[in-house]
Design a protein around this ligand. Structure first.
Ligand SMILES: [Zn+2]
Ligand SMILES: [Zn+2]
Length: 274
């Protein structure tokens, strides 16, 4: 199994970091978690075109995790040679978001269907709204769902993808919680969005201070990984943006609480998990 950080940025625009998005590839399966800013640029750089996606997972409906979902949907539709449903799994509310997005895309869908004689069908986004405790399969992958704690944003979920003996937890945003602990138990890898509370506290902006209470710090993510006995900790969605050369400093903060490998870095950083 290979896990690739497609986008490691946060809502604050960064010239070198796309929005939150992670790719899981295993046994011929191509699974995308979240669709932040620029997801298709990074997906293409990773060698994946939208029609190759077997499923898309959304951890929650914050804009920085879904803002380029429309690009995934449109491109998946027009690049597929025939009808090709896009399977989308997300928390309750996902269907409402997709319905609104499809309304936004209606003129484009009309233009393209009018123009291409062989395009006789509209995009087919098959939404499954998932619940904590739910287990489903995508090809040879078993996917488990748990609730996360990103309050006041609700509902939010994490996914554990298991393929061929390897497993990865896609934690999304949030603070440590029982649901994450449950999914992380014995996982090969755990991907968590993180912030540096010491750095955020130094920024004189109430709006920035507000984010402290609903994101895991680097240390909290490391402690969740240690509790679960996970193999590899993968950090992403850096708040504030991780400047070049500061990776070891962030890694050291996590290493104080977790003794396994810690992966973080630029967009397209990837790790082989077994
Ligand atoms: Zn969020
Ligand atoms: Zn976020």
């Amino acid at each position: 199994m290979r896990v690739t950080l497609l986008g490691t940025g946060s809502p604050i625009p960064h010239p070198a970091r796309a929005g939150s998005s992670t790719l899981v590839s295993a046994e011929g399966l191509t699974l995308l978690a979240d669709c932040g800013r620029g997801v298709l640029l990074r997906l293409t750089a990773a060698g994946v075109l939208p029609p190759m996606l077997n499923a898309v997972f959304l951890t929650h409906l914050h804009s920085d995790h879904i803002c380029d979902l429309n690009d995934v949907v449109t491109t998946h539709w027009i690049m597929s040679p025939g009808p090709n449903p896009l399977r989308l799994y997300g928390p309750p509310g996902t269907q409402e978001v997709v319905d609104g997005m499809m309304a936004m895309l209606a003129p484009d869908v009309r233009y393209r269907m009018d123009h291409h004689a062989d395009l006789t069908y509209a995009p087919d986004v098959q939404v499954t709204e998932v619940q904590p405790g739910q287990v489903f399969t995508v090809g040879s992958a078993t996917v488990r769902v748990a609730a996360t704690d990103h309050r006041p944003v609700e509902p939010t979920v994490a996914f554990r993808v298991e393929v061929g003996g390897a497993s990865v937890v896609l934690g999304g945003d949030g603070v440590p919680c029982a649901g994450l602990d449950e999914l992380c138990a014995g996982a090969s890898a755990y991907v968590q969005t993180v912030l540096r509370d010491d750095m955020v506290k130094a920024v004189p902006s109430q709006r920035f201070q507000d984010v402290l209470d609903y994101h895991s710090t680097v240390e909290q993510a490391a402690r969740t990984a240690a509790r679960g006995g996970v193999g590899t900790l993968v950090l992403t969605h850096y708040i504030p943006g991780l400047p070049p050369g500061q990776e070891d400093e962030w890694r050291a903060l996590a290493a104080a609480h977790f003794s396994g490998p810690i992966v973080l870095g630029d967009d397209l950083t990837s790790v082989e998990i077994s």
